[in-house]
Ligand binder design. Sequence first.
Ligand SMILES: O=c1nc[nH]c2c1ncn2[C@H]1C[C@H](O)[C@@H](COP(=O)(O)OP(=O)(O)OP(=O)(O)O)O1
Ligand SMILES: [Mg+2]
Length: 202
Amino acid sequence: MRKFSGDRLLVATHNRGKLEEIAKLLEPFGIDVTSAGEMGLAEPIETESTFVGNARIKAHFATQATGLPALADDSGISIDALDGAPGVYTADWAETPTGRDFGMAMAKTWDRLEAVNAPFPRRAQFRCTLVLAWPDGHDEVFEGVMPGQVVWPMRGDQGHGYDPIFQPDGFDLTFGEMDRWQKNQISHRADAFRKLVAGCFT
Ligand SMILES: O=c1nc[nH]c2c1ncn2[C@H]1C[C@H](O)[C@@H](COP(=O)(O)OP(=O)(O)OP(=O)(O)O)O1
Ligand SMILES: [Mg+2]
């Protein structure tokens, strides 16, 4: 496995919520982050039907644009009673003509569960795939998961995306009710980062 050496890493994301979590996850290793969003890089279109496919698109796009190694995160929530939806299309469910609306996306998620009369608890997993890519085309892939259930109504105003309707197993709080420190101990993203750190940073 190829090691990353450096104290600054380009993160190929335009999502500020993700970026804040990633910055905190890398802080203990003495690595600062810069994001594709902050660098003004374009957002490539995520045309693949898998998390790894889309993470590869984002990581390789950023590394080719800059000549620097780049880390991408592709993530989403897969709901058992919806045959794994929204999954890779989690962000798409929030799209509106004027930008993303996660309140709408969470309401849509619950409506779909009601429409199929899904049994309780409404099982789901958050998934995160990380791809660390180098300018010569090499990459390394790491996957993380956090099982739990979809709950309603929304609870909590911390975090981002679908956090207010996801209650991870073993906790009474939703991700939206956890502070970033607590979420970063247990999340799908933390799980993937543990593997990334073990493989590429040590
Ligand atoms: O911890 C999370 N807590 C709540 N929601 C989350 C989380 N992790 C991913 N999500 C949701 C947000 C987004 O709607 C989708 C990921 O889509 P995804 O394409 O990977 O990210 P994105 O478009 O927001 O940013 P970017 O592609 O620039 O990294 O899943
Ligand atoms: Mg995206």
